[in-house]
Design a protein around this ligand. Structure first.
Ligand code: PMP
Length: 351
């Protein structure tokens, strides 16, 4: 705290990202990365961008990338907004769409960036508790508000909502923006993107960090009707920032278009998720039903912090949140079959 700080900075509770330690032979299952790596075509496109064109500024409109995304989801390029990771896209959405005199609704528990952004942008938040079984009851969102943000599937529970429920939510709030954060949708959920045709209050946010295995590249995008996208563009242009560098634009477009790699790798993740879920349940864990590339699980006889510590001692890193209500849970990213075997073998020594 310093006398030079603005009052907002003094009250901020910065987001704490998962660890990225360098430990030899580590099984890293703590930040929901994808173990298979990006499409080889994306790597080739990035290599070409590095050798050919870094002398030049990037395309400030990222048109080729927006066209690739638009083709994939059957929307128009000007209904697509791209940014440096979905975190940046979400930040622009918060700045552009949320009201200062009406609260934003989001679940308690959810992605912990939302409260951080509310603090940063001076937006009041109403945290709507999950039900006892950790699901979201959309009836709880039927109240006056300025906007709603929901991850589908939710994080860190992994529990998804059916598309009909999302549609009902969007339909009962025609005057409020509803942002659906679909960071994990490709692992079994049903995307709300087609609903953006019908509803002008719906913004759907995606990332290339998970199902496209490009967390290090930092690319995310939003899809919605023109007035919502235009609001995000105004915020971006007010920062005078390029949406993405040349390497990211080239790699992301190639990754989006490599459907075969996308389908193959996400299929493997889903298969391992089902295997890990079964193995954990056999060992007495309660595992929430996940539609994501991670599982959220707790053991009746062992605390979450203790299991996480035991796993770490065996070079397996998972995520533990020291938050009330979920402190006995572990969030475990789905790795390769070998990594999942190492996880299960380590758990056998602990529980
Ligand atoms: N939304 C949710 C629900 C997430 O879990 C994450 C990843 N931590 C993000 C958005 C942000 O992902 P990225 O910035 O890598 O696109």
């Amino acid at each position: 705290m310093s006398k030079f700080w603005s009052p907002i900075v003094a009250t901020l509770k910065p987001y704490v990202a998962g660890e990225q330690p360098r430990i030899a032979d580590l099984v890293k299952l703590n930040t929901n990365e994808n173990p298979y790596g990006p499409s080889p075509k994306a790597i080739a496109a990035m290599q070409e961008a590095v050798s050919d064109s870094l002398r030049l500024y990037p395309d400030p409109t990222a048109l080729a990338l927006r066209q690739a995304i638009a083709r994939t989801y059957a929307v128009e390029p000007d209904e697509v907004f791209v940014g440096n990771g979905s975190d940046e896209v979400l930040a622009h959405a918060f700045a552009a769409l949320l009201k200062h005199d009406k609260p934003l609704l989001y679940p308690d528990i959810t992605y912990s960036f939302y409260p951080t952004y509310c603090g940063l942008f001076g937006i009041e938040a109403v945290e709507v508790p999950l039900k006892d079984d950790f699901t979201i009851d959309l009836a709880d969102y039927d109240r006056p508000c300025g906007a709603i943000i929901l991850p589908n599937p939710n994080a860190p529970t992994g529990i998804g909502l059916p598309i009909a429920a999302i549609e009902a939510l969007v339909a009962v709030h025609p005057d409020q923006p509803v942002v659906i954060d679909e960071a994990y949708i490709d692992f079994g959920g049903e995307s709300a993107i087609p609903l953006t045709r019908k509803y002008d209050n719906l913004l759907v946010v995606h990332t290339l960090s998970k199902s496209r295995s490009l967390a290090g590249l930092r690319v995310g995008y939003a899809i919605g009707q023109r007035p919502l996208i235009e609001a995000l563009e105004r915020v971006k242009d007010s920062f005078n920032s390029y949406p993405l560098d040349r390497v990211a634009q080239a790699g992301a477009a190639a990754a989006i278009e490599d459907v075969a790699w996308f389908d193959d790798t996400r299929g493997k993740v889903i298969e391992q998720r089902e295997r890990v879920t079964g193995a954990l349940r056999q060992r007495g864990f309660e595992v929430l039903p996940s539609q994501a590339n991670f599982v959220f699980a707790r053991h009746p006889d062992h605390g979450g912090a203790d299991i996480a510590k035991g796993l770490r001692e065996r070079a397996v890193l998972v995520r533990h949140f020291a938050k009330p209500r979920i402190s006995d849970f572990l969030r475990i990213t789905i790795g390769t079959p070998e990594e999942c075997d190492r996880l299960v073998a380590a758990l056998d020594e602990i529980v």
